[in-house]
Design a binder for this molecule. Structure first.
Ligand SMILES: Cc1cc2nc3c(=O)[nH]c(=O)nc-3n(C[C@H](O)[C@H](O)[C@H](O)COP(=O)(O)OP(=O)(O)OC[C@H]3O[C@@H](n4cnc5c(N)ncnc54)[C@H](O)[C@@H]3O)c2cc1C
Length: 400
């Protein structure tokens, strides 16, 4: 029988795959991650890191690295534009519960790069780019994984296969695990611009969700530019709204400017909300977007994937280092699935639904409700704790 090439083989070199490989290596487990792209994707996806995520990444030095490359804020707001009325949430209210009572704004590719750099000199874990996992077969003792690269297809044998291969996961599909849920009808347009919104919108925080006349958008500030997620109008064809003129029109609708907006980039995406019924099938486990996707409202997806990588690494440590059997992976499912369904998918959908409200009176009622929360110390703390994903993590930790 063929010997094992590694303990854990990971399909996907996104943030959750690289982190899983690194955490395995640190735990003394031989791990290899394979990424089909040739290099870390510079595309702008997750940019928000929540306090417990920063706490988790700190012991390995990643938090320090990404904080140095990003912007931090203790506050975020929900705002009625152009009136400027707002509810302001403040992470200072949980400063006695976390070591990083702020939200970090930093591109996810910077975290990937930091982990990749550590893997490059790791004795037990590595990541190979330009390698695509194209299939696998599992038996009683291991998994044979077919990996395609410029050299052709090679079959590697691992004790456990982790699918960290994102939304269109080959591992999930080959394992026959359904991805239950739906695609939402609306299209969102991500636009990056150097326009100084902060000079035109009094008190604008670097993370803000805004109701605009007839629509809504999210403001997220990065070091060198604003990144906006604009929910496109549903009465005008999408194709028309994503042309350069359409993008300018959308921006001019926010703040009228005599000069054209300096647009660095603009691209549309459709939001999906899906989750697997189980995170494990035999010797195969899923992590991150391969297991769940949700609306970016609230910035929860990648944070959830990072929490998951830590939870999965604990399970793998129990199996490889402490003699636990494979069923230990079921505890991983039991801990993650309900929490992700309610605290990530559920919360993201509630955020999305609230911002999609169009009726001016209902918007004012929703805003007044949020202001009442921020005005009450206990409710404010409870709200912030949940929005920061602390509640979900605590719930998960209690599941046995
Ligand atoms: C517009 C947008 C904004 C977002 N904003 C936020 C935010 O602010 N905060 C937040 O927490 N989340 C956010 N998210 C979600 C976040 O980007 C994802 O949750 C995160 O990228 C998931 O990481 P991952 O490693 O699980 O998957 P991915 O990042 O998708 O990585 C999967 C990797 O696997 C590779 N791959 C796929 N198939 C194979 C294969 N067969 N073999 C080898 N490699 C393969 C892919 O090339 C990819 O690199 C946002 C998402 C979008 C689209």
């Amino acid at each position: 029988m063929k010997s094992f090439d590694c303990d854990v083989l990971i399909a996907g070199g996104g943030p959750t795959g690289l982190l899983t490989a690194f955490l395995c290596g640190e735990a003394g487990i031989e791990a290899r991650a394979f990424e089909m792209r040739d290099a870390i994707a510079p595309d702008l996806r997750a940019t928000s890191f929540h306090p417990p995520t920063l706490d988790m990444l700190e012991p390995d030095g990643f938090t320090q690295e990404i904080v140095a490359q990003g912007l931090t804020t203790t506050q975020w707001q929900v705002r009625l534009h152009p009136e400027g009325e707002r509810a302001v949430f403040d992470l200072a209210v949980i400063r006695d519960e976390v070591r990083h009572p702020f939200r970090l704004q930093c591109e996810q590719s910077r975290l990937q790069q930091a982990i990749y750099d550590r893997l490059a000199r790791h004795p037990r874990a590595r990541a190979d780019f330009g390698h695509k996992v194209v299939g696998f077969r599992q038996d009683e003792t291991g998994v044979d994984v077919d990996v395609e690269s410029a050299r052709g297809i090679e079959t590697l044998r691992a004790r456990i296969l982790v699918g960290a291969d994102g939304l269109a996961s080959t591992v999930r599909e080959t394992a026959g695990i359904p991805f239950e849920g739906e695609a939402f009808p609306e299209t969102t347009l991500v636009v990056t611009t150097t326009f100084p919104f902060e000079q035109h919108m009094e008190g604008l925080t670097i993370v803000a969700s805004c109701w605009t006349p007839g629509g809504n958008l999210a403001f997220l500030r990065l070091r060198d530019f604003w990144r906006l997620a604009i929910y496109l109008r549903e009465d005008i064809p999408v194709e028309q709204q994503i042309t350069p003129d359409g993008v300018q029109a959308a921006l001019q609708n926010i703040i009228a400017s005599p000069q054209p907006y300096p647009v660095l980039g603009a691209w549309p995406y459709r939001v999906q909300q899906r989750i697997v019924p189980t995170y494990r099938k035999g010797r195969v486990a899923l992590v991150g977007d391969a297991a769940h996707v949700n609306s970016p409202a609230g910035g929860l997806g990648l944070n959830g994937g990072i929490h998951e990588a830590f939870e999965l690494a604990e399970a793998l440590k129990d199996i490889f280092r402490r003699g636990a059997d494979l069923e230990r992976l079921d505890l991983y499912t039991r801990r993650r699935r309900p929490v992700v369904a309610e605290e990530i998918l559920g919360q993201a959908k509630r955020n999305r639904d609230r911002m999609r409200e169009k009726d001016p009176d209902e918007r004012r009622r929703l805003l007044a409700n949020l202001q009442a929360i921020t005005g009450d110390p206990e409710r404010h703390r409870a709200y912030v704790r949940r929005a920061s994903m602390l509640d979900g993590l605590r719930m998960a930790a209690q599941i046995s």
